[in-house]
Design a protein around this ligand. Structure first.
Ligand SMILES: Nc1ncnc2c1ncn2[C@@H]1O[C@H](COP(=O)(O)OP(=O)(O)O)[C@@H](O)[C@H]1O
Ligand SMILES: [Mg+2]
Length: 437
């Protein structure tokens, strides 16, 4: 029988299943409150892929525009919000124009806006039509500054026209790590916030989200730009919060299906344990366990089946997040063994000597080859200035390798209430002399 599966490994979490992030939400609500009262507080959300940045951003957006109730304040907010997502092809002026067009649309939909303020946005069409690219750097720079200037002017005019009816403007920029260094996001932010202040536009706040590399990118673009932002680094959910995701999902399924699907305590605990609280892992494992279950009671077997099936959770996550790193680029089991040993140390630095000690079956020369190949392909990082010290690029990659290389029995033997995963055992290790293609 086909049942509605409530878990969403592929999309931003909807409010019904949004779990945890309580401290962040309270702090972000405060930032909105400050902005509303003329003390704009910009923020930056960073963390690994799949940790829940976009989901948090959407939740903040909902609170800002009054769709969701704030956690603490009884008062619903009424900001004009825009949420733009950047990509690797975005230039400096693309970013401003993208924000501008989205804002214009949002503002134009407000009835109260006066004609003169509508007119303030005409610069966008003008720029779009005359979107000439200047070869000469000086002229291009002047044009970029002018564009930021016009955007600020249009925002100021519109806010004046709307009066106290709105709380202000919230500009959300997702995947802000994506544009190349030449897009100069740090300078752009600096310029934009400065111009807004000069024009007395003090009810506008900017929120960025991106990978941890975003901070470095901002700093490289403009030294003090990072200081404009309150930084929130997202961590995995706690075991209790994972359970909350499961509870909420199953409650939603009950509503839609008209009957209950339960999960055993053991399976729930085990799921929190192997996923280590990574929200994208939680959604994917829960989705597959739900899918594998046939008696409306998700147990350890369903979890295990869902995880290891041909197209199960681990495969899906691998394809979506790590396949390039783990499969495409590495053909040999020796390489995988090295990764498995490194995964025991999560994303901490490990020396070659340590790896050697733990990967006993690897010959010294094989280990050398493996490390240098993994390094060249960007699968592991080498510590600058310290010879023979390496780490995995992200903690979630380590968690995935550990889960992937665990035997299924290990899922079943989750120690109650424990936070760290058991040692990965060699699930698919080949002999030391198998060919390296
Ligand atoms: N707080 C949360 N509670 C439950 N699920 C979440 C939460 N945050 C994220 N998720 C889920 O995790 C996955 C990745 O979330 P997303 O916001 O796209 O991460 P990011 O933007 O950091 O890559 C999605 O499937 C989403 O539904
Ligand atoms: Mg995202």
């Amino acid at each position: 029988m086909t049942r509605f599966n409530p878990f969403r490994p592929h999309s931003i979490v909807h409010p019904g299943m949004f779990a945890g992030r309580y401290d962040e939400m309270i702090a972000l609500e405060k930032a909105l409150f400050q902005t509303r009262n003329g003390n704009p507080t910009h923020f930056l959300i960073d963390g690994e892929r799949g940790i829940g940045k976009s989901s948090l951003l959407v939740n903040v957006e909902g609170v800002a525009k009054g769709t969701f109730e704030p956690l603490e304040d009884p008062l619903r907010l009424n900001f004009i919000t825009v949420n733009v997502c950047l990509d690797a092809a975005h230039t400096y002026s693309d970013i401003i124009r993208g924000i501008g067009s989205e804002l214009r649309r949002q503002i134009a939909s407000r009835e109260q806006i006066k004609e003169f303020a509508r007119g303030a946005w005409e610069f966008l069409s003008k720029w779009e039509i005359g979107g000439v690219r200047f070869r000469d750097d000086k002229r291009r720079e002047a044009k970029d500054t002018e564009l930021a200037e016009e955007l600020t002017f249009a925002i100021a005019r519109s806010l004046d026209s709307l009066g106290t009816g709105v709380d202000g403007v919230v500009i959300l920029v997702d995947e802000a790590d994506k544009p190349p260094a030449s897009a100069n996001l740090g300078s752009l932010m600096k310029l934009l916030t400065e111009r807004l202040r000069l024009r007395g536009c003090d009810r506008v706040c900017i929120g960025l989200a991106g990978l941890p590399t975003l901070r470095e990118k901002l700093r490289a673009s403009h030294e003090s730009s990072l200081r404009l932002f309150n930084v929130f680094a997202l961590n995995p959910l706690s075991a209790e919060e994972c359970m909350e995701v499961l509870r909420r999902g199953l409650a939603e399924a009950k509503d839609v299906n008209g009957f209950e699907v339960k999960i055993t305590d053991e399976a729930a605990r085990s799921l929190a344990f192997i996923t280590e609280g990574y929200p994208h892992f939680v959604q994917q494992f829960a989705y597959c366990a739900f899918d594998a279950d046939s008696d409306n009671n998700i147990d350890i077997d369903d979890l295990s089946k869902g995880a290891y099936a041909e197209n199960g959770a681990l495969k899906q996550l691998g394809l979506k997040y790590f396949e390039k790193q783990y499969f495409d680029q590495i053909w040999s089991d020796e390489y995988r063994q090295v990764l498995q040993v490194m995964a025991k140390h999560f994303d901490h630095w490990v020396t070659k000597a340590e790896i050697r000690k733990e990967a006993l079956r690897l010959k010294a020369s094989t280990l050398d080859n493996a490390l240098s190949a993994l390094k060249t392909r960007g699968i592991i990082a080498a510590k600058k200035g310290t010879k023979g010290t390496y780490k995995l690029p992200s903690r979630s990659f380590a968690v995935w390798i550990r889960a992937y290389t665990q035997t299924e029995e290990l899922i079943a033997s989750t120690p109650p209430g424990q936070a760290a995963a058991p040692d990965a055992s060699n699930r698919d290790s080949a002999g030391p002399d198998s060919p390296v293609s």
